[in-house]
Design a protein around this ligand. Structure first.
Ligand code: SF4
Length: 176
């Protein structure tokens, strides 16, 4: 029997390749926890892409709560920093901590994230954060890195006709 892993899914298009890679070694449960996505209808649209994707791969999806106000509290004071700066590190941390806590609650001893897939995000920062959080919560963080040429090739997102967003998620990334 394969070990279980809780995979934090930021959106459907980012999740395809990582799901395929991890499925070889793990029994995946997806976790959609992204209170950074604004406005709420954009959040629901991305949630739907995640549902379409996990249904395609036959994996379960846990829907996290949309505590957008709590997320704003977490990044307070960093709102107007450029994308990729410390606001994003705090945003990654918020979602990874919640994923680690949820994994513990579900009795799952491994977690990972699809955030590393994005060409606009620093996978080294995300993997470093994941490892620090894993140590704190006494579980394993599985580092992922998807090579650029494999991100969309073959493009499961295209095949499933997934909505592909034009901005990262928060209002600060939309109106930069
Ligand atoms: S730009 Fe993206 S990663 Fe950065 S704070 Fe906004 S939603 Fe989070």
């Amino acid at each position: 029997m394969k070990p279980k892993i809780l995979l934090h899914i930021c959106c459907g298009p980012c999740a395809g390749k990582i799901t395929e890679l991890l499925q070889a070694d793990f029994d995946i449960t997806g976790y959609f926890y992204n209170p950074n996505i604004e406005p709420a209808d954009e959040y629901l649209r991305r949630l739907q892409t995640a549902i379409t994707l996990v249904n395609h791969y036959g994996i379960k999806l846990i829907k996290g709560i949309y505590n957008n106000k709590t997320w704003h509290s977490a990044i307070m004071g960093l709102e107007f920093l450029p994308e990729g700066d410390r606001r994003c590190w705090r945003c990654f941390r918020t979602r990874l901590v919640e994923t680690a806590q949820r994994a513990k609650k579900e009795g799952i001893s491994n977690f990972a994230t699809t955030l590393t897939t994005s060409p606009y995000k620093n996978a080294r920062v995300i993997n470093k954060l994941g490892n620090v959080i894993a140590t704190k919560y006494g579980i394993n963080f599985i580092e992922t890195s998807v090579k650029p040429e494999n991100r969309n090739n073959p493009s499961i997102a295209r095949q499933l006709k997934l909505y592909h967003q034009k901005f990262c998620g928060c209002n600060y990334s939309q109106f930069k």
